[in-house]
Write a new protein. Structure first.
Length: 238
């Protein structure tokens, strides 16, 4: 597992039956309850919010089934500012699933069905961008581009929560999904996600490439005990 796998996940291919995706998103949300450490991500968001802020907008890029947005909504009182939440995903069936799975979000989240690259190129700004289990779907050059453009588009910062490419994580999730998953997507994609994910030196390299010999983006790389990384990118001048 020295290098990232370039094999595409089933989730990245054409979707024949939305119900197959829904079952997969159900299982991802269940796995995230035990491995995502959203509470630590919430603390990182809190650190980025300047004192005296009245409201901040958070965009969940590649929001998938919406479980992170649901977590934020439930815990909004723990942040020192009013939250404006948006979820962006290119797959309309993922947004439809999120609206059905978490009906309490319907009036509290702005859903955006758009390709993330198109959104990054738009002129609109936001305060914080979050990416949860999204970056491992991207090519290396796309991640470098996301760090550069995302850290400029987000006034306060970009926070990435994604997997650590490690043999223990790979074998554990492969065995667990074979034993307990009823989704062919999950059985295929969960271990492949680990093979497509990252080591610390990958993130260090991405930041070096994003800076291109200058100091444009500051990076913080934090390892989480469930074999994940919590990566924060901010403008070097901030």
């Amino acid at each position: 597992m020295k290098n990232r796998s370039q094999e595409k996940e089933l989730m990245d291919g054409p979707l024949a039956d939305p119900q197959v995706l829904y079952k997969n998103l159900d299982e991802i949300a269940f796995i995230n309850k035990f491995t995502a450490h959203y509470s630590l991500q919430l603390n990182q968001i809190k650190k980025l919010i300047p004192k005296g802020s009245e409201e901040i907008e958070i965009v969940d890029l590649g929001c998938g089934g919406g479980d992170f947005l649901f977590f934020l909504e439930k815990n909004r009182s723990k942040l020192p500012a009013k939250l404006l939440l948006s979820g962006l995903d290119t797959e309309p069936h993922a947004i439809a699933y999120a609206e059905k799975k978490f009906p309490s979000l319907r009036d509290k989240v702005s859903w955006i069905q758009k390709d993330y690259k198109e959104w990054l190129e738009s002129e609109e700004k936001t305060d914080i961008i979050c990416c949860n289990l999204f970056c491992h779907h991207l090519r290396d050059e796309d991640i470098v581009d996301l760090l550069k453009k995302g850290s400029q588009k987000a006034r306060l910062g970009l926070i990435i929560n994604d997997l650590h490419r490690h043999p223990l994580a790979f074998h554990f999730i492969k065995i667990a999904t074979r034993l307990f998953s009823s989704s062919d997507y999950t059985k295929n994609d969960a271990p492949l996600s680990v093979k497509r994910s990252f080591k610390r030196e990958d993130w260090e390299n991405f930041f070096d490439r994003a800076n291109g010999g200058q100091k444009l983006v500051k990076g913080e790389i934090r390892w989480l005990p469930s074999f994940r990384f919590l990566v924060t990118a901010t403008r070097a001048s901030s």
